[in-house]
Ligand binder design. Structure first.
Ligand SMILES: [Zn+2]
Ligand SMILES: [Zn+2]
Length: 475
């Protein structure tokens, strides 16, 4: 968690030059000596007093300059809390309390500048550097920086948020608070900010598959020949195959000691259940995509017979597990097959996103700029997203949108439907076609900027828990 402790690198290059200080003092001393020589020693004590006053005035001036330079241009940080807590001209006000050195605080700076420009005359945007103005920070009772406080036009605090807060989320929050920032906006502004509007929150067709025919992890159909069953106190957790088992294993938060002993796989040859650790696996690849295929066997002869027929490599449980856990999502750490995953470049290295949204999450997890390559879920056309400081820097094609898969929780609220239900599309038409082809899917179309913002707002603790399974139990 962020603390209010000051980073040792903060303030570098921000203060008034020490040269200026020494320059002013040297001028004062030179003046004193020159006047002293001219007018005689008798006036020296008076002159020294004047010199000391001049030097002190110079020091005070430098302190003031330092404070003013310590705040980003166009902000009111040097004024302190007393002044900035007064709303100006009856405008709603966004106050960001941070420092010029912490990383999420720095990421807020361009967002504040944009809001300041775009909503000039409608929203007052302020920044207080609480390192330079510790008194100001104290009066707001902060627990971490950056903190954003939303004041309505009457000056009443309506909401506060801790950590990085994206522009999209800030604007959405104002809307939620019932504050209309669009009043008096230029005519083209609403159009420019309009994202996709399509959503489907009730499935077009009910999912009428029997419950035990649905994979717990991916919601895909279970092929009886590759079924994997995990024994739990609440009954068997049924999975479509060994890969979904390893995905589940990679995102468990419980103690994994001996977990594999609770797992049974289906013998490809005779359909009987075999303990996972005792089975042999024929590891092959789909001809077109190279995506791995796994068939389990209790009996070596049956496995060799199948290998002769279909090819592949025979491996034991340990080798299979090593292979299956080798590639992981750079955001949520789930096991992935590169053939299914988004490819992510970060700092010249390659990682994966188990889904399109997780791929964007790599920017949140690493705090770095990333490049994501993810195929359209309908057509396979490539979508390329580059980020800079937690925002979308470029998008190819520009029409690309994201599908945010949602499901209704028992309390009626919509929550993320999980990694298997997300996607990118080159345009909204493709997204709609894909949704039509998948009548049980529910969710909404969002901009890729919003999908990124949803990840950037997560705290390190939330990132740690992202996409994890708390306990192994049937849904
Ligand atoms: Zn599955
Ligand atoms: Zn993931």
């Amino acid at each position: 968690m962020l603390t209010l402790a000051q980073c040792p690198c903060s303030g570098g290059g921000q203060g008034a030059s020490p040269l200026l200080f020494f320059g002013l003092v040297a001028c004062a001393v030179w003046l004193v000596l020159r006047i002293g020589r001219k007018d005689g020693v008798s006036r020296m004590s008076k002159i020294w007093k004047i010199a000391i006053v001049v030097a002190l005035a110079a020091v005070v001036a430098i302190v003031i300059i330092n404070k003013q330079r310590g705040s980003p241009p166009g902000t009111d940080s040097a004024k302190g809390a007393a002044q900035v807590s007064q709303p100006a001209a009856g405008l709603p006000r966004l106050l960001d309390l941070g420092s010029v050195s912490c990383i999420p605080c720095k990421m807020m700076a361009p967002i504040l500048e944009e809001l300041k420009k775009e909503y000039e005359g409608r929203l007052q945007v302020e920044f207080i550097d609480v390192m330079a103005n510790p008194d100001a920070g104290r009066s707001y009772h902060l627990s971490l920086i950056p903190t954003q406080i939303f004041f309505d036009a009457s000056g009443k605090e309506r909401f506060r948020h801790e950590g990085f807060f994206s522009k999209e989320d800030i604007l959405a929050k104002w809307k939620e608070l019932g504050v209309d920032l669009s009043a008096g906006a230029p005519a083209q502004a609403p159009q420019a900010s309009a994202g996709p509007t399509f959503s489907r929150l009730e499935p077009a067709k009910a999912d009428d598959r029997p419950r035990d025919a649905i994979c717990y992890m991916c919601d895909g159909d279970i092929n009886p020949k590759t079924l994997v069953a995990v024994k739990s106190a609440k009954g068997d957790v049924r999975l479509c195959g060994p890969h979904c088992y390893f995905i589940m294993y990679s995102c468990l938060t419980e103690d994994k000691t001996d977990f594999e002993k609770k797992v049974f796989v289906t013998d490809w040859a005779d359909g009987k259940m075999v303990p996972l650790t005792e089975a042999l696996f024929l590891y092959g690849a789909e001809e077109k995509t190279g995506r791995p295929t796994i068939k389990a066997f209790a009996d070596r002869d049956a496995a060799l017979k199948e290998r002769t027929a279909s090819g592949g490599t025979l491996v034991g449980f340990d080798a299979l597990q090593t292979q299956e856990l080798a590639c992981r999502c750079g955001f949520c750490d789930r096991a992935v097959y590169p053939q299914d995953a988004a490819s992510v470049r970060v700092d010249g290295l390659s990682t994966w996103g188990c889904c399109s949204h997780c791929a964007l999450g790599v920017a949140a997890r690493t705090g770095k700029d990333i490049e994501v390559h993810q195929p359209d879920r309908l057509t396979g056309e490539m979508i390329v997203v580059k980020t800079a400081s937690g925002s979308v820097a470029s998008l190819e094609p520009k029409t690309a949108v994201a599908w945010f898969g949602l499901r209704k929780a028992p309390d009626g609220k919509f929550v993320s439907a999980g990694c298997f239900h997300q996607g990118f599309f080159v345009n909204e038409d493709n997204l709609k076609k894909w949704v039509e082809q998948n009548p049980t899917k529910t969710g909404k179309a969002i901009t890729i900027a919003q999908a990124l913002a949803d990840k950037m707002k997560l705290t390190p603790q939330q990132i740690q828990k992202a996409c994890k399974i708390g306990e192994c139990a049937p849904k």
